[in-house]
Design a protein around this ligand. Structure first.
Ligand SMILES: [Zn+2]
Length: 402
């Protein structure tokens, strides 16, 4: 049951443009923005001149992996991808159930102002669809708090693990929103084989794709080209995302221009967490070439990395830091990839403090979007579809798993 309270008027907020205004909301949609609109209303929530931002969109994360909320565990895996995969598979047996851990992280993220997220969920020959079932339950429990898209994710590989292609198909039938993939060259040793399997399932099931591509250099560029070509052939423009695409961060000018133009033309988006120890794709240049670029936290304290809190303002700051952003305009780009472009990348309706947009809003103590990214103030209020879902970092109503 939804018991979070609805807001029909927000008074005295500061818009991202700097103007003071009131915001009226009906049925979860912003119906008016301007000065003095809420003056005579009794059902008003006072904004206290705080800055109002669009709800944050975490476009790439792994709810089922998180160790958030558990006693601290030192990082165990080696630096190689294979070591992380094997370490994680060994650790699963000693961890508490997936659903409560994931729900705890969702609550943290909503408290930080995230109103939409895309989580990959492991599907493999050891766990089958058990993590999918857990995250489907979390999605239902959190439906009033956050839009949660689930990507059936073959973390350990597709072709190299018996039965995984059938499990991926079953995961979509069970309710996952998108199909994932991972490094066809490095993990499966078969670029065309993995991509052909994934696109065939996606087309038959009518879902989008979001494929992890970490491979550097020529292998990574060939993988992006393979994704772009199949997106064209299958008519899936706007429904395919490359996660990471680290090779774009180290590509020379001509390769980058070629790949950026092909991604924009085919409607293939890119989601980045800022690169970490790998090169970060050039966010501003890709945007200028017409590629939809959005942001995600990726690992949030899990067997792959001990770092992260789920805060998308922190992620925007890290992207700005990696990108060498200093001007207000550049810091606004970092915020945009964590908000408006994120909604576009996830195919969600327009949201934010504009007439006609869904009232997914966050109030923070800052004067401008640039200051919010730089200083990362606390989140005073989070609205999801016009409902108050969090105040001062805590949910107004707890998530209850069935
Ligand atoms: Zn990931």
């Amino acid at each position: 049951m939804v018991t979070t309270s609805s807001v029909r008027a927000l008074s005295d907020v500061r818009l991202p443009s700097g103007e003071q205004a009131d915001i009226l909301i009906e049925d979860g949609i912003v119906t008016a923005v301007g000065p003095g609109l809420a003056a005579d209303r009794a059902d008003v929530v006072h904004g206290a001149r705080r800055l109002v931002l669009p709800g944050f969109v975490d476009g790439h994360m792994h709810l089922d992996k998180t160790l958030t909320g558990l006693p601290w565990m030192p990082h165990r895996a080696g630096p190689e991808r294979a070591s992380r995969i094997e370490t994680e598979r060994r650790m699963r047996a000693e961890l508490p159930p997936v659903a409560p851990r994931a729900a705890r992280l969702v609550a943290d993220c909503v408290g930080h102002g995230t109103t939409a997220m895309r989580s990959h969920v492991d599907v493999d020959d050891a766990i089958g669809l058990s993590h999918v079932a857990a995250l489907l339950a979390v999605r239902e429990a959190a439906a009033a708090h956050v839009d949660l898209q689930l990507v059936a994710f073959p973390q350990s590989g597709v072709l190299n693990r018996p039965g995984v292609r059938s499990l991926l198909d079953a995961a979509i039938a069970a309710g996952c929103d998108l199909l994932g993939g991972i490094d066809p060259v490095a993990i499966d040793g078969d670029l065309d084989g993995q991509l052909d399997v994934l696109f065939a399932i996606a087309e038959r099931r009518g879902v989008g794709l979001d494929i992890h591509l970490h491979d550097p250099g020529a292998a990574g560029m060939a993988e992006i080209a393979g994704v772009v070509e199949r997106t064209r052939v299958h008519g899936m423009a706007g429904h395919v995302t490359v996660s990471h695409g680290f090779c774009l961060g180290a590509a020379d000018d001509s390769d980058l221009e070629r790949l950026a133009a092909s991604m924009a033309e085919a409607g293939v988006a890119l989601v980045t967490h800022g690169g970490g120890a790998s090169p970060m794709p050039p966010v501003k240049r890709l945007r200028e070439r017409g590629v939809t670029v959005f942001a995600g936290n990726d690992d949030i304290r899990d067997p792959w990395s001990p770092l992260g809190t789920g805060d998308m303002l922190e992620r925007a700051m890290l992207i700005a830091w990696r990108g060498g952003y200093r001007t207000d305009a550049d810091l606004a780009v970092a915020l945009d990839v964590a908000t408006t472009s994120g909604a576009q990348g996830l195919g969600l309706p327009r949201h934010g403090p504009r007439v006609g947009s869904r009232a997914d809003l966050v109030l923070v103590d800052a004067e401008t979007p640039a200051e919010a990214v730089a200083r990362r103030p606390g989140r005073a209020l989070v609205l999801k579809g016009g409902r108050v879902v969090a105040r001062d970092g805590a949910l107004t109503e707890p998530l209850v798993l069935a």
